[in-house]
Design a protein around this ligand. Structure first.
Ligand code: ADP
Length: 159
């Protein structure tokens, strides 16, 4: 099957990378979709986010990165993908993701959402938590790559 893993990835964490590696083992083809949000500028540009994602996945041949705008189900349909991949960290994610999955299935008949449960070591990792660690001078390299941490230090120093 062809899966799409959508998100903002601003920036990508080792929690996201864990989901990507596991999903890439289940899907023949996996597309990582960076959602373009016209209402909210991200910390990193699309090109920077793509760079960080690709750096972490150079060895995976069945994974590609694309930017999309509009509905995720339309993007998936365009690609011919059958499955949306999402990660679940906790009950909060579950509540939110369930509503999203039901809505997406009502928008495009037959599109399924595949949930992968976060690995325990990354179950509380979020892009916003990482930003806080780095903002206050902490070492976040257990949760993001050294390149992402360096990028965050630079952005947050200028913000
Ligand atoms: P979004 O803005 O769509 O929530 P994110 O980039 O924050 O975008 O997350 C994309 C997907 O990855 C979501 O399904 C989210 O629950 C999941 N995810 C985020 N962080 C982790 C993590 N540490 N472990 C597992 N899944 C995660």
């Amino acid at each position: 099957m062809h899966g799409v893993y959508p998100g903002s990835f601003d920036p990508i964490t080792k929690g996201h990378l864990d989901i990507i590696r596991r999903a890439a083992g289940l899907c023949q083809q996996l597309t990582i979709g960076i959602g373009r949000n016209s209402r909210k500028a991200g910390l990193f540009s699309e090109a920077e986010r793509i760079g960080f994602i690709e750096e972490g996945l150079a060895d995976l041949e069945n994974v590609e990165v694309r930017v999309f705008s509009g509905l995720i189900v339309d993007f998936a349909h365009e690609l011919g993908a059958e499955v949306l991949v999402r990660g679940l960290r906790n009950g909060g994610d579950f509540e939110f993701e369930m509503a999203l999955a039901v809505t997406n299935r009502s928008l495009v008949h037959g599109i399924e959402t595949l949930f992968l449960v976060a690995s325990p070591e990354y179950a509380f990792v979020s892009s916003s938590l990482i930003k806080e660690i780095v903002r206050h001078g902490g070492d976040a390299t257990r949760y993001v790559s050294a390149a992402v941490q360096a990028g965050l230090r630079q952005k947050l120093a200028n913000s």
